[in-house]
Design a protein around this ligand. Structure first.
Ligand code: ADP
Ligand code: MG
Length: 469
């Protein structure tokens, strides 16, 4: 019935009227709070072909609307006007000037981003707008951490306290912690969320000591509904700060306020903390972010690349072979991976043409050098022998039985893929074999990987073990 109505009336309805209908439905769907905080910020500009153009005041509002409400907006628009297939949201800074000038009004008060900036200084709310749950790509290596962070952020009071996020550099700890803060704040603007790096915590505490005003510092931290402390391994050596942290921590936990901490190591390995503290820190839930898999890195690249494309319409396309190369070579740190993508993307646009693998390698020369420096053929041989439970000597020997020959081919294959060594060099490291043997091994393993998922899995696992050294 809706459809009939649309077809009969569509010519008569102006865009404005259609939009008002959409707004009503969105208000029904999401309620006043969301409507006033977010959706009201949209102004419709015009339609061109199948695309409708919106303006919003800030990038943050655009991203939030895009990740939370855009599907529904398109759905309702489409009911009103079936020709509309796409929405393009532009940022109009003059709208944000308006937004600030109506400070104190209802709209201002209910505006989330506005509320944050008015209630918090940048110092207290140093959060990156890009680090939200929606932008976090989930894979095997981080799914537990992601699920726990999300569960904590969504529950008023998470049963596991503290939540301890443990993982290496550049694997997404800070991203998840910011996401927790944004999520809680968005759903409950009045909650007191405190996010601090451990360094910042120490700095503020020491400052309050110097100003003889530790009371207000303590009060501020202890009045938090949730305390998020990033990189606590940096809270070192300062006994009084740790003591203070310990008391604060206990008082929050005892009053059932959630605490989230992150670190690059397990609680038991925090050598500068005393045993009481270690055991309290490990007394909730410890979740690891493991080294990333190829699949995760590839998905992250795809997501970041599509964001770049969206922000830079008309830019040059990066072939999947390039993303594949980046995901295979830059394995240890997602930050570096992202940096490499940005570099290649920018370079391609400065160069004004599509980029191939050779150019990619030369642009990223330094980064690739430091990434591949760590992996040696010996390490690969060790890991492969371990994995297949054979001796290293047998792996390198000339014995032809299958249980040695296949792992040997796997090790040669990985040496080719993960190091910059030439084929003859690899041959030499495997008991002085000819480079054609190495070529044969690489081909054979590629075949097996494609035809037998067991091999594919094995090789991914070994690669992960090697690259996470
Ligand atoms: P850490 O705090 O563990 O050192 P960060 O959280 O700062 O790492 O992450 C480094 C960069 O990698 C950030 O830009 C972050 O957005 C990105 N990143 C890490 N993991 C993911 C992921 N799973 N999905 C999307 N981006 C990620
Ligand atoms: Mg971090």
């Amino acid at each position: 019935m809706q459809q009939d109505f649309n077809q009969k009336n569509i010519q008569e309805l102006t865009l404005k009227e259609q939009w008002i209908n959409v707004l009503k439905k969105l208000n029904n769907e999401y309620g006043n709070e969301v409507f006033n905080s977010w959706i009201k910020n949209i102004t419709v500009k015009n339609i061109e072909g199948e695309t409708i153009f919106f303006n919003v005041p800030t990038r943050f509002i655009r991203d939030w609307i895009t990740s939370h409400y855009l599907d529904k907006i398109i759905y309702f628009l489409n009911i009103e006007n079936p020709e509309i297939k796409r929405v393009k949201i532009n940022i109009d800074n003059s709208l944000s000037a308006n937004m600030l000038s109506i400070e104190g009004s209802e709209q201002r008060k209910s505006n989330f981003a506005g509320a944050l900036t008015s209630n918090y200084s940048k110092e207290d709310w140093p959060l990156d707008e890009r680090f939200m749950f929606e932008k976090f790509v989930v894979g095997k290596s981080n799914e537990m951490a992601f699920a726990s962070a999300k569960a904590l952020a969504s529950s008023g009071n998470y049963e596991f306290n503290p939540l301890y996020i443990c993982g290496g550099v550049g694997l997404g700890k800070t991203h998840l912690m910011h996401a927790i803060a944004w999520h809680i704040k968005a759903n409950n603007p009045n909650s007191r969320v405190i996010y601090l790096s451990a360094e910042r915590f120490m700095f503020q505490f020491i400052k309050s000591l110097r100003q003889k005003d530790t009371m207000s510092f303590k009060h501020k931290i202890r009045s938090a509904d949730i305390l998020i402390l990033d990189d606590i391994q940096f809270m070192i050596g300062k006994t009084s700060t740790q003591e203070e942290f310990f008391h604060t921590f206990n008082s929050l936990i005892d009053s059932n306020k959630n605490v989230v901490v992150s670190s690059d190591r397990a609680p038991s390995e925090l050598s500068s903390f005393d045993d009481r503290m270690k055991s309290r820190l490990g007394g909730g839930l410890i979740v690891d972010i493991l080294p990333s898999t190829y699949e995760l890195r590839h998905s992250i690249l795809l997501q970041k690349y599509s964001e770049l494309k969206l922000k830079n319409p008309g830019s040059f396309t990066l072939e999947d072979s390039i993303l594949d190369f980046l995901a295979k070579t830059i394995t240890a740190n997602i930050r570096e991976l992202e940096g490499a993508l940005n570099k290649i993307f920018t370079f391609s646009n400065i160069l004004g043409k599509k980029i191939d693998l050779e150019i990619t390698k030369s642009v990223l020369k330094d980064l690739l050098k430091s990434s591949s420096k760590r992996i040696t053929i010996e390490e690969i041989q060790n890991k492969v022998s371990n994995y297949y439970n054979i001796n290293n000597e047998d792996l390198i020997s000339s014995k032809r039985i299958r249980s040695f020959a296949r792992p040997r081919q796997v090790a040669m294959y990985l040496s080719k893929k993960l190091t910059t060594r030439s084929l003859p060099e690899i041959g030499r490291k495997f008991g002085g074999r000819d480079h054609t043997t190495v070529i044969h091994a690489v081909k054979k393993i590629e075949e097996l990987k494609n035809s037998n998922s067991k091999y594919d899995e094995d090789i991914n696992l070994i690669t992960q073990m090697i690259t996470s050294l």
